[in-house]
Design a protein around this ligand. Structure first.
Ligand code: ACO
Length: 329
């Protein structure tokens, strides 16, 4: 029998501080009504100055390990999707591995924008099915508020901070990692970009003065590509799994904008109760949005009776990815 990979534990790490739409009204020319109607966001969580991505990712990883019943000795590999690592290097995954007390296991970061966590699930599926590991931690964590341009009302209202993690095992029972689709289109990378701080524009007084270390986004163009990419990715993941869209129980989409989630749900002909939405309480937490939602679904008892889920995301790159997660026998 060929090897399979299963989600056997979930966890999240959420900073306590909250930023409401009313708070944002005091910073930029916006309104609670506009943000609510155009995005679905009511408030978002935010790290303080002394908290970074590794801190909330650690919490998510600890909670995922606890829910899987794993100790540090069980984890054979840890991977982290993030666009806001603690440092350009070393990898934040190494710092988390150390704080978890893991024993010299492979640990690395990767970035695929908001698609990062689903990219991570696909990597975990590949490594576990190929026999490299039996137990891996996959984390999605971001502190987008650390790279937000607070003078740009079109983007600063969207983002929040958070972390989510899953424990993935070669042994079920759990959510089987099934059909997937992933892709990218670098030709439209300038729709969503942090221009400064890399090797193209190393940090300097000029880059900081020009706010090049913050997120630059063409929102409406990103929106159009997101709707198309998420719909296509879902369909291709279902096709790989040999499923029809009518066999999906629940959609866990990247939480960027409720209108994008709604458009993806319509493409799958899902009813509102088949779509998990928490963007109102988190905003867009980038690579963390899907594992946070997954943890809420699991701990909220929504996987009982067992369900067949589709996760779908898009993000900077542009990238996109979808995967079928099946809690059914
Ligand atoms: N408050 C009030 N008015 C605003 C605001 C605001 N915060 N932001 C923009 N507006 C105004 C605009 O200036 C514009 O005014 P005008 O008509 O007088 O010119 C009007 O609202 C409409 O602007 P649009 O940009 O067309 O609004 P749209 O309906 O597209 O919504 C939004 C904007 C919410 C950004 C949407 O396009 C979106 O969600 N896009 C996807 C963004 C996304 O998901 N990015 C992922 C980033 S995360 C990552 O990968 C790191």
């Amino acid at each position: 029998m060929s090897r399979e990979a299963f989600i056997v534990g979930t966890g999240r790490g959420i900073p306590e501080k909250i930023l409401t739409n009313a708070d944002l009204e005091k910073i930029v020319d916006t309104s609670d009504a506009w943000i609510t109607e155009r995005t679905g966001i009511k408030f978002r969580h935010m790290t303080d100055e002394s908290t970074s991505t590794s801190d909330i990712a650690l919490l998510a990883a600890q909670n995922a390990m606890e829910s899987a019943g794993w100790s540090a000795a069980d984890v054979q590999c840890i991977i982290l999707a993030t666009v806001t690592p603690d440092y350009p290097f070393p990898a934040t995954a190494c710092l988390i591995a150390d704080r978890l007390g893991l024993s010299r296991v492979p640990a690395w970061d990767f970035e695929a924008g908001c698609s990062g966590f689903v990219y991570g699930l696909i990597q975990a599926k590949a490594f576990i099915e190929a026999g490299f590991f039996d137990r891996m931690l996959v984390i999605g964590a971001d502190c987008l508020t650390k790279i937000t341009n607070w003078k740009d009302r079109a983007s600063c209202v969207l983002f929040g901070d958070g972390a989510g993690a899953v424990a993935v095992s070669s042994q079920g029972p759990g959510g089987r990692l099934g059909g997937y689709h992933w892709g990218s289109d670098g030709a439209i990378s300038d729709l969503l970009i942090q221009h400064g701080g890399g090797s193209k524009h190393p940090a300097s007084h000029e880059t900081v003065d020009a706010a090049m270390h913050t997120i630059a986004m063409n929102g409406s163009e990103t929106f159009k590509h997101a709707v198309r990419a998420m719909r296509d990715a879902c369909m291709k993941a279902l096709e790989m799994e040999g499923l029809d869209k009518s066999e999906v129980d629940l959609l866990i989409s990247h939480q960027a904008n409720w209108r994008i989630i709604d458009a993806t749900a319509r493409a799958l002909s899902l009813k509102p109760e088949q779509v998990y939405v928490n963007i109102d309480r988190y905003g867009n937490t980038s690579a963390a949005s899907i594992p946070i939602a997954l943890d809420e679904v699991a701990r909220g008892g929504l996987l009982s009776p067992p369900k067949r889920l589709v996760t779908a995301a898009f993000g900077a790159g542009l990238t996109w990815a979808a995967m079928v997660l099946s809690w059914k026998a």
